[in-house]
Ligand binder design. Structure first.
Ligand code: B12
Length: 132
C-alpha cells in the first residue's frame, strides 16, 4: 500500500530576495516525491503560518539569507503554536551563522542546513523525522 506523499511548505520570510536556495530545495523535495508548496518571496510570519495551516502541511522549511533569522523564526514558531500547529516539523537553511544555531534549535527549529548542503541529506532528514 502506498503512503500519502509528505506535504511541505517552503517559505521565504522577510525582505531578502535570494531565492535560488529555496527553489533548489523545493525542486529536490518534489523530485523525491513530496508535495511542495513554495510561498514565493517576502512572506510575513503570518502569511507563512496561514499557508501551513491552509495547506495542512506536515513540514515547514524556511530559507533565509538576510540575517533576520533570530527575529523571524521565533515569531513563526510562536504563531504556529497559537494556531495549534506546533506539531509541524520546522527546519531551515541559508546564511545562518554557527553561533546562532543552538538558540534557534532550542526555540524549536529542528535542523538548519547551511550553504553547500547536499539536497539528498535534506530529503533523508525529512523522511527520517516524519516517520519517527
Ligand atoms: C547569488 C547571490 C545573490 C543574488 C541572488 C539571486 C537569487 N535570485 O537568489 C543577488 C545578486 C540578487 C544578490 C543580492 C544581494 N545579496 Co547576495 N549572495 C548571493 C550568493 C553569492 C550566493 C547565494 C546562492 O544563490 N547560493 C546558491 C544556493 C543554492 O545556496 P543557498 O541559498 O545557500 O542554499 C543552500 C543551503 O543554504 C540550504 N538552504 C537554503 N535555503 C534552505 C531552505 C531549507 C528549508 C533547507 C532545508 C535548506 C536550505 O540548502 C541549499 C542547497 O545546499 C551569496 C554568498 C554565498 N556564497 O552564499 C550572497 C549573499 C547571500 N548575499 C549577500 C548580500 C549582502 C546581498 C545584497 C544585500 C547585496 C547588496 N548590497 O545589494 C543583495 C540583497 C538582495 C535582496 N533583495 O535580498 C550576503 C548576505 C550577508 C548576510 N546575510 O549576512 C551574502 C552571504 C554575500 C556575503 N558574503 O556578504 N545576492
Amino acid at each position: 500500500m502506498s503512503q500519502a506523499p509528505i506535504r511541505v511548505v517552503i517559505a521565504k520570510p522577510g525582505l531578502d530576495g535570494h531565492d535560488r536556495g529555496a527553489k533548489v530545495v523545493a525542486r529536490a523535495l518534489r523530485d523525491a516525491g513530496m508535495e511542495v508548496i513554495y510561498t514565493g518571496l517576502r512572506q510575513t510570519p503570518q502569511q507563512i503560518v496561514a499557508a501551513v495551516v491552509q495547506e495542512d502541511a506536515r513540514v515547514l522549511g524556511m530559507s533565509i539569507l538576510s540575517g533576520a533569522h533570530n527575529q523571524i523564526f521565533p515569531e513563526v514558531l510562536r504563531l504556529l503554536k497559537e494556531q495549534g500547529a506546533d506539531d509541524v516539523l520546522v527546519f531551515a537553511g541559508g546564511i545562518i551563522p554557527d553561533e546562532d544555531i543552538p538558540a534557534l534549535k532550542t526555540a524549536g527549529i529542528r535542523e538548519i542546513f547551511q550553504p553547500g548542503t547536499n539536497t539528498d541529506d535534506i530529503v533523508a532528514f525529512i523522511r527520517k523525522e516524519v516517520s519517527a
